[in-house]
Design a protein around this ligand. Structure first.
Ligand code: PRT
Ligand code: ZN
Length: 216
């Protein structure tokens, strides 16, 4: 394909915590995107870029397959989906941590506390890897959402979930006992971009870095 007409396809979250910040970042990079009528796909006005609006869960797979060339999403989703994509740059927003929490009245005795316990989470891969390395035997209950209520309804003894302020845990009678990893929004890329798309990614990355330095 002719280098001057090739566009880089960027996947961002359709509607969620990272949507607005992802669009803002593009704007700060001088890329004008209008998504007035909430289409699934749109084009930037002044940069050879197509934007796909997707669920964050689907972005790693689409980037691996080349349906999208690059994507913006939480690093936690990149780790959990474990697809063959490259993490290019941390973006400095969407900061959170993945933590273990238990009912507040329980006495916490260290990681061994979780031995043979049931832990509810939407991040089973990250969690099972963590406990495998520690040599602790846990039962992981995978659930799609509302993880915080899992102990209250008797589904689990503890939870592993995203925490930012910690107020959701408190509201659900839980206490954070271990912060396992920190996460933030990242830019990921397909591993086999064409030379023209690689050049576009480098241009974008240059602008992202310039913006981040300006902030710093
Ligand atoms: O629909 P789609 O699948 O695209 O969205 P989603 O519902 O899966 O994700 P969304 O929009 O909730 O979050 C997108 C990304 O934002 C996550 O993958 C994280 O990388 C990042 N992020 C940052 C957070 C939070 N902070 C956060 N606080 N994601 C979720 N939360 C939730 C958390 O699950 C818990 O329910 O907020 C609650 C805790 O917040 P605090 O402040 O009470 O501790
Ligand atoms: Zn999601």
């Amino acid at each position: 394909m002719n280098q001057t007409t090739e566009k880089i396809k960027l996947a961002i979250q359709k509607s969620g915590r990272l949507s607005e910040k992802s669009l803002e970042l593009m704007e700060e990079c001088g890329i004008k995107i209008s998504n007035g009528n909430r289409k699934l796909k749109t084009e930037a006005k002044n940069f050879p870029m197509e934007i796909l609006f997707l669920r964050d869960d689907d972005i790693p797979q689409y980037v691996e397959q080349g349906v999208a060339d690059i994507g913006i999403l939480g690093e936690n989703e990149v780790w959990e989906k474990d697809k063959d994509v490259e993490t290019i740059e941390k973006l400095g927003f969407g900061n959170c941590r993945l933590s273990l929490a238990i009912p507040k009245e329980e006495e916490y005795t260290g990681l061994d506390y979780f031995n043979r316990k049931r832990i509810a989470t939407s991040y089973p891969k990250i969690l099972s890897k963590f406990f495998a390395v520690k040599g602790i035997d846990v039962r992981i209950e995978e659930i799609g959402g509302s993880v915080e209520i899992a102990t209250g309804i008797g589904l689990a003894d503890g939870i592993f979930d995203i925490v930012s302020t910690g107020s959701t845990l408190i509201m659900n009678g839980l206490k954070e006992v271990e912060a396992i990893i920190k996460s933030e929004a990242v830019l990921i890329s397909n591993k086999n971009l064409s030379p023209a798309k690689t050049e576009l990614l480098e241009k974008l990355l240059f602008r992202i870095k310039a913006y981040k330095n300006g902030l710093g």
